[in-house]
Design a binder for this molecule. Sequence first.
Ligand code: MV4
Length: 449
Amino acid sequence: MFKKVLIANRGEIALRIHRACQEMGIRTVAVHSTADTAAMHVRLADESVCIGPPSARDSYLNVPAILSAAAITGAEAIHPGYGFLSENANFAEMVEAHGLAFIGPTAAHIRMMGDKIAAKDAMRRLGVPLVPGSLGELATLEEARAVAEEVMYPVLIKAAAGGGGRGMKVAHDASEIEEAWRVARTESKAAFGNDAVYLEKYLDKPRHIELQVMADSYGNVVHFGERDCSLQRRHQKLVEEAGSPVLTTADRDALGAQVTRALKDLGYRNAGTLEFLWQDGQFCFIEMNTRLQVEHPVTEMVCGVDLVKQQLRVAAGEPLGYTQEDVRFHGHAIECRITAEDPDTFAPSPGRVTMYHAPGGLGVRVDSALYSGYSVPPNYDSLVAKLVVHAATRPEAIARMRRSLNEMVVEGIKTTLPLHRAIMEAPEFVAGDYTIHWLEKFVAGLRAD
Ligand code: MV4
């Protein structure tokens, strides 16, 4: 096992990775910008190195500075967390070229899944179900028209380099296809420097369900079940659950078997998440994320595993040491992402936290780098705490989340705590009856009241 790991991230996820390392007897190196000198991850790490000014471009995305920090501290491996450099294949390659281990998949797999067309093509060959659409890149507008007629309108034109909803355009009928084609290509060229696009039938009321997988370097692949991430606004997830309120054990087993077989064939290693749209009882693969995700704790709670420790072990060349039959699912978990934002307008609300009190008790977990007196800098993502609860059943988990949200105090800045309290009372949420569009309408309704 590694003796020292550099954590190339900040905030709650840097802390999350540090905690796993500490429990495994691994020393940690924090890197930080000048805006983060008083950050919790810097305080708790065994060593820290300042890598640049506040702007992420010059610090958390500063590859030479991060590699130098690893060299001068003698770190043997780098954990990228999520965001920043976590899905940058060139970074993964450079880490390995410097004789360090990248705690994640191979650069080739990161690159493959970063290209949504290549990702879909790989999954199609391996028998994973997809949304009906173009086979690969659309060469011409005429091809777009032909595929749209075949799969039937409405359709979506998506950027190959996209993800998170950027460079995506709907065409409701044939009169809109030319505009969608042109705008999707122009936007994706501007945003990603790549104008390759593909086409899918537009699913109008899907749920977003994703499957967590873990693989070692010896062809062992297991899945840790699904997360339902349908509760999002403008492509930002607010609440996630494990398991999905709409999936049966048989559904999960069938999807899991299909996916683990595919990833074994692909030679995938480390953690990964396959995203699906679920509508009318059908799963359609859309994208794969090659990183540890923000919402991984709900999976850890229901499976009783530490995904970061698993990542460290497989990156150090250890076998998983268990099989799918050893993975058991217990109860239900819910995560609320608490952000430093106005709960009505979602305007960022950085500043000094005058008082912070975290909830506790049985089945409650708070992943946060907050403390009383901490100043949330304006330069980064607004996530300040993930409140995660686990209980035997979904109704008990909802009751536990309501109770925990009422105990939690963050003063001095605005947070989305009041919005989360409202979501936990909403009849549609309580019934588990929601699609990817529900939260947007719910938030609009709250603002109208
Ligand atoms: C779709 C879709 C409907 N039909 N694809 C949005 C981000 C990107 N990851 C994929 N997205 C979507 N792809 C087809 N064929 C609807 C969305 C979508 C969405 C997906 C997941 C979670 C939230 C969403 C919000 C709006 C649109």
